[in-house]
Write a protein that binds this ligand. Structure first.
Ligand SMILES: Nc1ncnc2c1ncn2[C@@H]1O[C@H](COP(=O)(O)OP(=O)(O)OP(=O)(O)O)[C@@H](O)[C@H]1O
Ligand SMILES: [Mg+2]
Length: 486
C-alpha cells in the first residue's frame, strides 16, 4: 500500500468511527456508514444484513442496489437463502473475507428481474465484536470479482468498528428497555395496590394489570389455590418464563409467554413475581385481621344483647308474673307503667344494636350517618365538617364505627344529652373529634378486659395507621380525637 492509499484508509476509518459514535438509531447510522465506505472505496453498491442467533436475517441498510435486486421493494434481498448467509450461519465465515458469487444476482438473471449493472460477485464481511456476531456487510462493484488484500483489510477494519457500534447500541437499547420496564413495574404496583380487597379480586386484577402494563402474549398466575390466566391468541411459537414466589404463607407461580423473552424480561418477571408474593401475603393478613375484628364485634354484640336486652326482658317477665296476683289497682297501675318503661328501654336497646349490626348505614356519607345515629340515641349531636371529605371506604367505615361507639359511650356513661362532632378534612390529614361535657372518668380505674369499646376503637384506628387520643377529666367531660394521614 502506498502512502496515499494509507492516508485514505486512515481517513475513512476516522470518518466512519465518527459516524458510528453518533446517535442511537441503528438503521440511520448503518445507512450513513455504508455510504461513506462506498465513497472512499469507490465501490458501487453495498448492503448490510442483521442476523439473529437463530439465523433469521433482516436487510437493514443498502446503497444503490441494481434494479435486479431492488425489484418489487427489494424482494430478492429479503427472501430466500443465499451463500453468504448460509456460510455465516454455518460459522465458516469468521475473519476472512471471501469473494462470493451472488446467488441473489444469479436468481435475478435466471428469472429476468432486471438489470444487474454488471455486478456478479461481492465481498462479504461478518460484523462482530468479541465473541458476538451481528450480521454481514456486503459490497460490490461492476465487473469486480476480486478484491485486493488492501481492500479486504480496510473492509475488515470497518466491519470491526460497525460490530462494536452495534454492540454498544444494543447495550444502550437494552438499558433503555430495562429502565422502561422498571417504570412500568412501578406504575403497575401502584395500580394494583389500590385494587386488592380480597385475594380473589387481587388475582384477577393482577393478571389484567400485567396484561395492560407489559405487552406479553400469555400470562398465568397461581397463588394459594387460586388461579387466573390470559391465554395467548397467537399461533406462533412462544418462549416461556416461569417464576415461583413464596412469602410467609403465600406460595405461587407466575408464567409469562411471549414471542421474544430476553434476560431483561427474565429479571422483570422475577421482580414482578416477588412483588406479587408480597401483595398476596399482605392481602391475606389484612383479610385475617378483618375477620378477627368481625368476630370481636359479633362477640361484643352478643354480650350487649345479653347484658341489656336480656336483662330488661327478664325483669319484664318477672314484673308481669308478679302482677297476676295483684288486686290493688294502684299497684297494678304502677307495675304497668314500669312494664311500659322497661319495654321502652328494651326497644331502645334493640334499635341501637340493630343499627350497629347494619353493614354500613353509610349510603349518605359518614356525617349524615352520625347525625341520624345521634338522633336514634336521643342525643343532641352537633356535627360539623370543614373541608371536602373524600375518603376511601375503609377510612369512612372506621370514622363511622368509632363515632358510633363514642356516641354509645356518651349515651351510656356521660350523663349528658349533648355531644359535638368535628370532622376536619385537610390536605394531608383527616381529623375527627367527639366531645361531651358529661361526667368524664378516670381512665386508670377502667378495668382491663372488662370492656372492649375503647380498645376496639383504638385498634380500628391503628389498623389504618391513624392515631387515637382521649382526654377525659372527671366532672368536665371527654374529648376523643382520631386522625389519619392522607
Ligand atoms: N364519654 C364518656 N363519659 C364518661 N365515661 C366514659 C365515656 N366513655 C367511656 N367511659 C368510661 O369508660 C369505660 C370503658 O368504656 P368502653 O366503651 O370501653 O366500655 P363500655 O362502654 O362500658 O362497654 P362496651 O364494651 O360495650 O363498650 C366505660 O365503662 C365508662 O366508665
Ligand atoms: Mg362502650
Amino acid at each position: 500500500m502506498d502512502r496515499h492509499q494509507e492516508m485514505t484508509k486512515l481517513k475513512t476509518i476516522k470518518a466512519i468511527a465518527e459516524t458510528l459514535n453518533q446517535g442511537n438509531n441503528l438503521e440511520e447510522m448503518l445507512q450513513t456508514v455504508l455510504k461513506e465506505l462506498l465513497q472512499v472505496t469507490e465501490l458501487q453498491t453495498g448492503w448490510i444484513y442483521l442476523i439473529d442467533p437463530q439465523g433469521n436475517y433482516q436487510l437493514i441498510a443498502d446503497i444503490d442496489l441494481p434494479p435486479a435486486l431492488s425489484w418489487q421493494a427489494k424482494r430478492p434481498m429479503c427472501e430466500g437463502n443465499c451463500w453468504c448467509i448460509k456460510e455465516y450461519n454455518d460459522n465458516t465465515l469468521n475473519r476472512a473475507f471471501n469473494i462470493i458469487g451472488c446467488k441473489r444476482i444469479d436468481d435475478a438473471i435466471k428469472h429476468q428481474w432486471g438489470k444487474t449493472n454488471e455486478i456478479t460477485h461481492h465481498a462479504t464481511v461478518p460484523l462482530q465484536a468479541g465473541d458476538e456476531r451481528f450480521g454481514l456487510l456486503n459490497v460490490a462493484a461492476p465487473h469486480k470479482s476480486r478484491f485486493t488484500d488492501n481492500e479486504l483489510d480496510l473492509l475488515e477494519a470497518v466491519a470491526f468498528q460497525i460490530g462494536t457500534a452495534i454492540k454498544r447500541m444494543k447495550l444502550y437499547h437494552s438499558e433503555q428497555k430495562r429502565a422502561e420496564l422498571y417504570q412500568t413495574l412501578g406504575q403497575f404496583s401502584a395500580n394494583l395496590n389500590a385494587q386488592r380487597a380480597t385475594e380473589e379480586n387481587l388475582i384477577h386484577s393482577a393478571v389484567n394489570e400485567i396484561y395492560r402494563a407489559f405487552s406479553w402474549s400469555g400470562i398465568e398466575l397461581q397463588c394459594n389455590q387460586l388461579k387466573a390466566a390470559i391465554q395467548p391468541i397467537t399461533k406462533k411459537a412462544l418462549y416461556t418464563i416461569e417464576k415461583q414466589f413464596q412469602i410467609g404463607e403465600t406460595k405461587g407461580k407466575l408464567t409469562i409467554s411471549h414471542e421474544q423473552l430476553g434476560p431483561i424480561d427474565d429479571e422483570i418477571i422475577q421482580q414482578l413475581s416477588h412483588h406479587l408474593g408480597i401483595l398476596f401475603e399482605n392481602t391475606r393478613i389484612e383479610s385475617k385481621s378483618r375477620e378477627i375484628t368481625l368476630i370481636q364485634e359479633r362477640n361484643r354484640l352478643a354480650r350487649d344483647l345479653h347484658d341489656s336486652v336480656n336483662q330488661l326482658l327478664f325483669s319484664l317477665s318477672l314484673t308481669a308474673r308478679g302482677m297476676k296476683d295483684l288486686n290493688d289497682m294502684d299497684k297494678l297501675h304502677s307495675s304497668l307503667s314500669y312494664i311500659q318503661e322497661l319495654s321502652q328501654e328494651a326497644l331502645q336497646e334493640m334499635r341501637s344494636l340493630i343499627w350497629q349490626l347494619r353493614p354500613t348505614g353509610l349510603e349518605n356519607g359518614v356525617i349524615s350517618a352520625l347525625k341520624s345515629y345521634g338522633d336514634m340515641l336521643k342525643l343532641n349531636v352537633d356535627v360539623e365538617l370543614s373541608g371536602v371529605l373524600n375518603l376511601p371506604n375503609s377510612l369512612e367505615e372506621c370514622l363511622w364505627r368509632v363515632g358510633q361507639e363514642a356516641l354509645n359511650n356518651i349515651q351510656k356513661h356521660a350523663n349528658t344529652y349533648t355531644a359535638k362532632i368535628y370532622v376536619q378534612a385537610k390536605k394531608d390529614q383527616v381529623i375527627m373529634t367527639i366531645e361531651d361535657e358529661g361526667i368524664g372518668f378516670d381512665p386508670n380505674t377502667i378495668e382491663k378486659g372488662a370492656s372492649i369499646g375503647l380498645s376496639s376503637m383504638r385498634e380500628r384506628v391503628e389498623l389504618l395507621r391513624g392515631s387515637f387520643q382521649m382526654n377525659t377529666t372527671v366532672g368536665k367531660g371527654t374529648v376523643l380525637s382520631i386522625s389519619f394521614p392522607m
